[in-house]
Each structure stands twice: as structure tokens, then as C-alpha cells.
Design a protein around this ligand. Structure first.
Ligand SMILES: C[C@H](N)C(=O)N[C@@H](CCCCN)C(=O)O
Length: 512
């Protein structure tokens, strides 16, 4: 929403109204800060199994082993905590989107999802205190019911407040950057708290983080109601039966959205699963130690956190989302090619990869509200997230099989996926492979470099599909409204024209 797009206070309107509207101009940026905290808790607790799950000291494993006997808490039990979160979300995110657009509305859905995430963190705490594994599983299921849908709700919220004007890509960049902060905080603080206090306190800190998200949700609800009351944003579509999403409309979703989904699935599968195998790859390719390799992987987290807002601002200033997507996909093809044919230091490669990831996220997620009707933005993000989860669940199975094939001498050990848990690839197999990978690192058995080169080719193919889809998106867009390829300055006029021919398409242009 562009500030000059606000409902202009009329001369006869009371002075207070003008003040409210002026205030609301600033409100969207303050609201964005709060929106960043919406998913802070879920990103913080997501990687608990990775940060404080296993290990000889101050971990969940230690607590269970002390109670039930050594060897009770296995790597597999730890990885199952990830899988019960992930697999259901290959479908559940769609229902999350439906709840947002059709049944509950964004505000109530956000409350439900943050409530589920908080409940999950609380049950997890009880499970750790009571040393009860089924409770831990139940906690992660509860968390999973809310976690990914909350990310969908966050996207829908940002789109609702920022669409149709400057700042949307920047806003997405800032929230995505903050997600990385949430993950990094967990890896930084949880082991520290567990060491200085105990494991219960470390898990309780996660509850606190989720409590912050719940508080943020309350603030966002109040801010959203306030903004509706002063005319800054429209009432939620589901509140008006005429505007509410109709299930039949699902079949009318534009082709552009499905192409955006293809880009999302394939570009993400060329990144997250790579991060999943990156540590071992660097150990084999560059002969780094495990710790050194992990540090280089984390460079990607930091550069992407830093670059996402900057690139977001650039995308806002320039527009032309389709070209950013073409650029991002091309950069990923090139990156994986470089990993095969050059020995450029991993630190440099990972830093550039973090920047390329920012091209992707700033071009991709903000494109959705431009092409789908306003009353289906949440649902569209839900579909996109579900498909993304499916891709990220399946792709590591393929790379894992390739790497298994290239295991050097000890076929019983699979060294495909030693990760720090932040790989973004949330598949059961990937995490089981992580577990095996810890064994392999300690035994030194990793797949041959040739195997990693084969996976690099797969990542190139994946990015290649994303590139082809991005070009297709450009063509479709040029044939249609052209809004995704337009310069930022031209967008509002194009969006208004598109809306004239299809009233369902509401880009927030001039409605207020
Ligand atoms: C967690 C989710 N599946 C995801 O991939 N999120 C994106 C960002 C989504 C936009 C903000 N809600 C990511 O790149 O982490």
C-alpha cells in the first residue's frame, strides 16, 4: 500500500481523522517490526532437536539417557521430532491458507497458529521435564499444526499491509531476514542456557520466545483493527460475504501463480537440500574439518539475513520481479557449476549464495499478491508453501540415493547429510540421514567427491527448471497484465487496468 494511496482526509473531516491517517502512514513500518516477531518463536524452537537434542552434555538425550539408561535416546528418535513437524505440512499449509481466507480470517487464524505454536512449546517443555518421549512427539505435532501455517499467515499479513505500493519486497526481506535471526539465536543461546543452567531452562526459553510471538500476534490484531477503522486498510475479505473466498475460485487461480509455485519448488530445492549436504561436501571437496565446514555454511545464513532487506529495497525501487527471478535462478545454476569446476573458497561461495537467495525471496514471495485476487492471497501462499514442503521432502531422498551410490568403502554408513539442522529441508529421510551422517563423520566415511558433483548437477537441473519457469512467467506476464515485469513506477497503473478487466483482482490500488 502506497502512503499517498491512503484515503485522503477531506476538508470537512474532523482534524483528528487527518492525524490518525498521518499516524497510520508510519504505522505500517512499526507493524512490520512486530510482524517479524510473529514467527520468531517458531523459528527459535524449530531447531531444538538440532541445537539441544543430542550430545553427551546438557541435552535432551542426556536427560533421557540418565533416566532410562544409556543409549535410550537414539539419533532416530531425535530426527523423528523433525519429521512429525514436516510431512503433515506438505498438505496442512493449504488448510492453513483456507482458514485464513475463507473460514477464520487472517487475524483469528494468526491467533490460532501462534496459539498452536505456543501450546507446542509448552507441551515440549512438559515432555522434557517429565522425561516423556510421546509428549515430545505430541508437542512437535502441535507445533507443526501451527508453524508453517504461521509463516503463510505472516506472508498474507505483510501482503495485506504493503501490497500495491512501495515497500512490499523490502517488508518481505525484513521478515525473512528476521527468521534467520530466530534460527541463529536458537543455535547460539539454547546450548549456552543448557550449559549454564539446565536443559529445562533452555526449553523454557523457547516457550518464552513463543510467548513473545503470541504477544506480537495480539499487537498485530489490535493494529490491524485500528488500521481498518481509520480506513488505512480494508476490512478482511471473509467478513463480507460478497468478497469472501469461494472454493470454486480455486480453479480460477491464474496460471502465473502455478508458475510461481514451480519456481518456488525448484529454486528452493536447489538451495535448502544443498545446505543440507554442504557440510560434508566441503569436508570432502576442501578437506575442511567438520567445525570449519559448519562455519562456512553459516556464512550463508548471515549474508542472506543481511542482504534480504537490501535486495528487497532494490526490488521495490526497480520492480521487474520476473527479471529478479531469472537472475536468481541463473545465479544458482552458475553457483553449482562453479562448485563443480572451480575451487573458489567455500566462504566466498556461501556469501554469494546468501545474496542470490535474497534475489529469490525478494522477487518470489512479493509476486503472489500481484497476480491473485485479494481474497485468495492466504490460500495461494498456503498452496505454495505446501508444494515447497513436498519438494523439500522429496529432493533430499534423490540426492541421498545418489550419494549412497558413491559411498567410498563403507556402504553401511551414509554420509550424505551432516547438517546443523538449519538446512530448511525438513524431510524425514533427510533427517534420518543426518543422524547417520554424524556416525559417518566420526568414522570419516563420506561419499566420494564424484557423488557430490552428481548432486551438484541435480541442483543445476533444479535451478534450470526454475529458470525455464521464470522465463515462462515473463512470457505469460507480458501477454497478460505485465504487472510482474513492469518497472515499479508503472505497476500501479497496470494493476488498476488489470483490475478493470477482472474485478476479482484487487491490488490495493486506489481502493482506500
Ligand atoms: C518456512 C517456509 N517454508 C519458508 O520457506 N519460508 C521462506 C520465507 C517465507 C516468507 C515469509 N513468511 C524462507 O525462505 O524461509
Amino acid at each position: 500500500m502506497e502512503d499517498d494511496n491512503l484515503k485522503k482526509p477531506q476538508a470537512e473531516e474532523p482534524f483528528t481523522m487527518a492525524v490518525f491517517v498521518e499516524e497510520a502512514k508510519l504505522l505500517k513500518w512499526r507493524v512490520l517490526i512486530v510482524a517479524c516477531f510473529l514467527t520468531f518463536g517458531s523459528y527459535y524452537i524449530y531447531d531444538f532437536p538440532g541445537s539441544i537434542g543430542t550430545g553427551p552434555h546438557n541435552t535432551i538425550q542426556k536427560r533421557f539417557d540418565d533416566h532410562f539408561g544409556k543409549g535410550y535416546y537414539s539419533q532416530e528418535m531425535n530426527q523423528v521430532l523433525y519429521s512429525v513437524y514436516s510431512w503433515p505440512n506438505t498438505v496442512l499449509a493449504i488448510f492453513g491458507g483456507l482458514l485464513i481466507d475463507k473460514y477464520l480470517g487472517l487475524r483469528r487464524a494468526m491467533l490460532l497458529f501462534t496459539g498452536l505454536v505456543f501450546a507446542g512449546s509448552a507441551v515440549f517443555y512438559v515432555g522434557v521435564v517429565a522425561i516423556n518421549y510421546p509428549l515430545l512427539i505430541f508437542a512437535r505435532v502441535l507445533f507443526g499444526l501451527g508453524g508453517e501455517s504461521l509463516s503463510v499467515a505472516q506472508s498474507a499479513f505483510v501482503a495485506r499491509w504493503f501490497k500495491g505500493g512501495r515497500g512490499m519486497a523490502l517488508a518481505f526481506g525484513i521478515t525473512i531476514s528476521f527468521s534467520r535471526v530466530g534460527s541463529s539465536f536458537n543455535f547460539l543461546f539454547s546450548p549456552m542456557i543448557a550449559k549454564d543452567k539446565d536443559i529445562n531452562t533452555a526449553v523454557m526459553a523457547g516457550m518464552l520466545a513463543c510467548c513473545i510471538s503470541l504477544l506480537a500476534c495480539f499487537v498485530l490484531i489490535v493494529a490491524d483493527r485500528y488500521a481498518v477503522n481509520v480506513g488505512y486498510i480494508k476490512a478482511e475479505a471473509h467478513e463480507n460475504s460478497e468478497d469472501a473466498m469461494n472454493l470454486r475460485d480455486i480453479f480460477k487461480l491464474p496460471k502465473e501463480l502455478w508458475v510461481i509455485c514451480i519456481i518456488c519448488v525448484f529454486c528452493y530445492t536447489s538451495i535448502f537440500p544443498f545446505i543440507g549436504i554442504g557440510k560434508n561436501f566441503f569436508e570432502v571437496k576442501y578437506d575442511y574439518s567438520g567445525d570449519e565446514a559448519s562455519r562456512y555454511i553459516s556464512i550463508y545464513q548471515f549474508t542472506s539475513a543481511g542482504a534480504s532487506p537490501v535486495v528487497g529495497a532494490l526490488v521495490d525501487g526497480i520492480g521487474r520481479n520476473t527479471l529478479w527471478l531469472i537472475l536468481a535462478s541463473s545465479c544458482f545454476i552458475l553457483t553449482h557449476l562453479m562448485f563443480i569446476v572451480t575451487s573458489i573458497p567455500a566462504a566466498v561461495m556461501m556469501a554469494t549464495m546468501g545474496v542470490f537467495y535474497s534475489f529469490l525471496v525478494s522477487g518470489l514471495w512479493p509476486s503472489v499478491p500481484w497476480v491473485v485476487p485479494e481474497n485468495m492471497v492466504g490460500f495461494s501462499y498456503g498452496v505454495m508453501t505446501a508444494l515447497q514442503n513436498a519438494g523439500l521432502a522429496i529432493f533430499p531422498l534423490i540426492t541421498g540415493a545418489v550419494l549412497d551410490h558413491y559411498m567410498a568403502a563403507t556402504p553401511a554408513i551414509n554420509g550424505t547429510n551432516t547438517t546443523n539442522g538449519t538446512n530448511g529441508s525438513h524431510s524425514f529421510m533427510a533427517f534420518l540421514e543426518d543422524a547417520n551422517a554424524s556416525e559417518s563423520s566420526s568414522s570419516g566415511a563420506l561419499p566420494e567427491l564424484e557423488g557430490y558433483k552428481m548432486t551438484e548437477i541435480l541442483f543445476m537441473i533444479s535451478a534450470g527448471v526454475s529458470l525455464a519457469a521464470s522465463i515462462l512467467l515473463l512470457i505469460l506476464d507480458k501477454r497478460g497484465s505485465g504487472v510482474l515485469t513492469a518497472r515499479a513506477a508503472e505497476r500501479r497503473a497496470l494493476a488498476a487496468k488489470a483490475k478493470e478487466s477482472d474485478p476479482l483482482l484487487n491490488h490495493g490500488d486506489g481502493d482506500l
